[in-house]
Design a protein around this ligand. Structure first.
Ligand code: ATP
Length: 238
């Protein structure tokens, strides 16, 4: 079995009397692609924010490649080699996709290597057709793909994505799924997501949150057919 790249141990987050994340012990291994799902208020976003450093957990631990990162600020987590899509670096709507990806690469690399990295990211994520388009002129779905390009420019070994398919058309969702699979060739990936069509197209292992805890963790088809899961969550949406 591959080694863990991300772990939480007994992670708990309270807001006053509300226990948003309740004693969650979670493991993600090298090469994995994992979707976190669950009904509204299940604790997914709070759990995610404890991973990225936006929130400091009330109790418990976060470990990345075995190193304790509990309570680290987001920029420090990112500097470990973790790509977080919600953190978009100095995006400029008037500059092209290519120029913006170069700026993202330049944060980590000398300028000569940033040129090569930019070409590599455009090729990997198949962004060639929009490479010269100004970022501000892109459709919503294209822009989301480009934002994954910014993440890829830092060569992360772990990628954390919060609702990457939100507000997308069916075609955009399918394309986003391809882009994420490409990122997953070189990084373990965690995705918090609501869109069931997207989760099915990703076809990964799924962790279901319910009332702050992990209800079940299995492959997508097993999870979708679990009566308890259907009852609490999927009944209306699957
Ligand atoms: N900053 C906060 N202050 C107080 N309560 C909060 C805060 N953030 C989240 N909560 C509460 O914690 C619980 C978990 O919320 P969270 O947003 O993590 O759930 P979620 O699964 O991401 O839901 P959604 O799918 O609606 O985003 C909810 O009861 C929510 O009201």
């Amino acid at each position: 079995m591959a080694e863990p790249v991300l772990e939480t141990q007994h992670l708990t987050m309270r807001f006053g009397g509300v226990v948003a994340v309740d004693n969650v012990t979670f493991t993600l291994r090298r090469g994995e692609l994992r979707c976190l799902i669950g009904p509204n208020g299940a604790g997914k976003s709070t759990f995610f924010k404890c991973l990225t450093g936006l929130l400091t957990p009330s109790e418990g631990h976060v470990l990345m490649q075995g190193e304790e990162t509990t309570g680290w600020a987001p920029h420090r987590v990112a500097a470990l080699g973790v790509g977080i899509k919600t953190q978009v670096p100095n995006v400029m709507d008037g500059l092209s996709v290519q120029e913006n990806i170069w700026l993202a690469a330049r944060r980590f690399l000398p300028s000569t290597q940033a040129d090569a990295k930019t070409r590599e990211v455009i090729e990997r994520l198949a962004l060639g057709q929009i490479a010269r388009t100004a970022l501000g002129r892109l459709a919503h779905g294209e822009r989301q793909q480009v934002e994954l390009g910014f993440v890829a420019a830092s060569d992360p070994w772990l990628v954390l994505l919060d609702e990457p398919a939100a507000g997308m058309t069916a075609g955009e969702v399918a394309r986003m799924s391809e882009v994420i699979h490409e990122l997953n060739r070189t990084a373990a990936v965690v995705i918090v997501e609501h869109d069931m069509q997207f989760i099915r197209s990703i076809a990964s292992r799924v962790t279901v949150f319910h009332q702050g805890a992990i209800l079940i963790e299995d492959d997508v088809e097993t999870v979708m057919s679990d009566p308890h899961v259907r009852n609490i969550y999927l009944g209306k949406k699957a």
